[in-house]
Design a protein around this ligand. Structure first.
Ligand code: GDP
Length: 352
């Protein structure tokens, strides 16, 4: 029977508008939210389970129920990562967060990001960031925005509203009818803007809840994942100390198990390899001790980020190690090692 996987969420926006800080904040909430089935670190991604979001949101949830199990944030921010992380002709991300500094407004990469989101038809929300810098704003660490807004001096509220409506005006010029999220009745025709402070965590509960709500309303069909062969995208190919060549991948469909054979695109013919090991980072481990970095798993199911250790290409099984590397290297040798690439994989044998 099909189950519903977490939507894969990408964070993009202009440089310095707070993408990294927002992702760090989301990861950081995991430490506090652990008891509530807290955040878990994947390879290249961070999973925020529904339980953690509900706990963060408190009475903001108002008895609503959700079937979406959580959110999987891609850890690499930026529109370059977004546009290269393609799968099935579209974007890997099911949802996106466009971060805009509310004090700076639109910048060139804001517009580029909007164009990318439009091109891939990716549903997204706007995080209007750095509200703590609005003159007179009282900080409410980790609190929902709608609560904090009530507790602001009149002048700070007016200033925030003024900046918000400037942003809404600019979005309108670019073809998007937008409004503050808590004033929207119809999310099919209006783009939600969530005021946040990534630095102090304010508004982050509202942001996560809006993403879960949107996924539930509009993406349930897309997120249905049946049991079966895994399909995913390789984020990075690298040489890991003690492991050899590994593939960091996001699995967005099915289940990948140890012993499966995977097929992946290369500059030349497709490559294949048997999965020798599947690794995920140890919880909360900051990767200080190289021996203790990973936990080994028998299988992983979508959506998940995982490090795949291959047993070598079948085509080149007798080739020396450097030749194997060539088979799975990104097409251009000049390409940055951090640059993600797109491919798909499937389990061709050894299904369990
Ligand atoms: P990125 O380039 O979009 O990833 O931006 P960063 O996350 O690196 O943030 C750029 C700068 O803005 C850093 O100095 C952050 O500390 C700061 N910053 C990010 N979010 C906030 C925020 O909510 N409030 C304030 N006051 N500063 C922030």
């Amino acid at each position: 029977m099909a189950s519903i996987r977490q939507p894969i969420v990408s964070v993009l926006g202009h440089v310095d508008h707070g993408k990294t800080t927002l992702l760090d904040r989301i990861r950081g909430t995991g430490v506090a939210g652990r008891e509530a089935g807290g955040i878990t670190q994947h390879i290249g991604a961070t999973e925020v389970p529904l339980a953690a979001i509900l706990e963060m949101c408190g009475d903001l949830v108002k008895g609503r129920t959700f079937r979406i199990p959580g959110l999987l944030f891609i850890d690499t921010p930026g529109h370059v990562a977004f546009s290269t992380l393609r799968a099935r002709g579209g974007a890997l991300a099911d949802l996106a967060v466009l971060v805009i500094d509310i004090n700076e407004g639109f910048r060139p990469q804001t517009i580029e990001s909007l164009n990318i989101l439009r091109r891939y038809k990716t549903p997204f929300v706007v995080a209007a960031n750095k509200i703590d810098m609005v003159p007179g704003w009282r900080k409410h660490q980790g609190q929902p925005f709608v609560r904090s807004y009530q507790d602001q001096p009149e002048s700070a509220r007016e200033e925030l509203d003024r900046r918000m409506y400037e942003l809404v005006g600019r979005l309108f010029e670019h073809g998007f009818s937008a409004d503050r999220y808590d004033r929207i009745e119809d999310f099919t025709t209006n783009l939600a803007v969530i005021p946040v402070s990534a630095k102090f965590g304010e508004g982050v509960p509202d942001l996560l809840l809006t993403l879960i709500g949107l996924a539930q309303r509009f993406l349930e069909e897309q997120l249905a994942t049946a049991e079966g062969p895994a399909v995913g995208t390789i984020l990075e190919v690298k040489e890991d100390k003690g492991l050899g060549i590994t593939l960091d991948a996001i699995i967005y469909q099915g289940t990948l198990s140890k012993g499966d054979t995977i097929v992946f695109g290369t500059a030349g013919k497709p490559g294949t390899t048997k999965v020798k090991a599947l690794l995920k980072p140890k919880p909360l481990d900051e990767i200080r001790d190289p021996q203790e970095r990973f936990d080994s798993m028998k299988s992983v199911s979508a959506a998940a980020g995982v490090k795949i250790v291959g047993a070598g290409s079948r085509r080149r099984s007798r080739a020396p190690r450097f030749a194997r590397r060539k088979a799975i290297s990104p097409p251009s040798s000049k390409r940055s090692r951090r640059s993600p690439r797109s491919t798909s994989r499937r389990r061709t044998k050894g299904s369990s």
